[in-house]
Design a protein around this ligand. Sequence first.
Ligand code: IMP
Ligand code: MG
Length: 183
Amino acid sequence: MLIRTPEQDIERILFTEKTIAARVEQLGAELTEKLGHERPVLICVLKGASFFYIDLCRSMNCAIDMDFISVASYGASAKSSGVVRLIKDLDNNITGRHIVIVEDIIDSGLTMQYLRQLFSARGPKSITTVSFLDKRSRHPDSFKTDLCGFEIPDEFVVGYGLDYANYYRNLPYIGILKPECYK
Ligand code: IMP
Ligand code: MG
């Protein structure tokens, strides 16, 4: 039987493992400089941000707390449903804490907006947002993230945690998915 490998579905690699590692190191250093004395709570938005989150936490040279939230807006589709659903909430209280929301990618900006509102209501001391990727042309400037790994064009990308229908997450690079694989 012929088994199709995930690599066969990739049109082009946008960011290699090496490029990603270097950029994540820089982001970790920036966050350490900004919040290093505050023991920030880094919040991973599951599952897409998981690879980025772990590498980012490892690159921070200061005390942090780790927490995880799970939301969904896509299901098994390459288009947002427009409605964000909370699947798993944080384990810990963030009132009075400096929090960092760690996302994989901002597309319409809806998920980040939802999370900002959700966490604001809990009275954190500050909110910083960091997204590994940002499709800047897809959302208004008001939805801009504080920190971003890379701005990318309006293409559907996978790998380094990002999926299509839960597939491709374990590719070590960011690649553009061939349109025939999701249309
Ligand atoms: P938004 O709410 O439209 O900003 O979408 C954010 C979420 O959609 C991200 O956290 C991803 O899970 C998913 N998403 C958006 N664009 C892509 C993509 O190109 N590849 C994989 N997932 C994506
Ligand atoms: Mg996601």
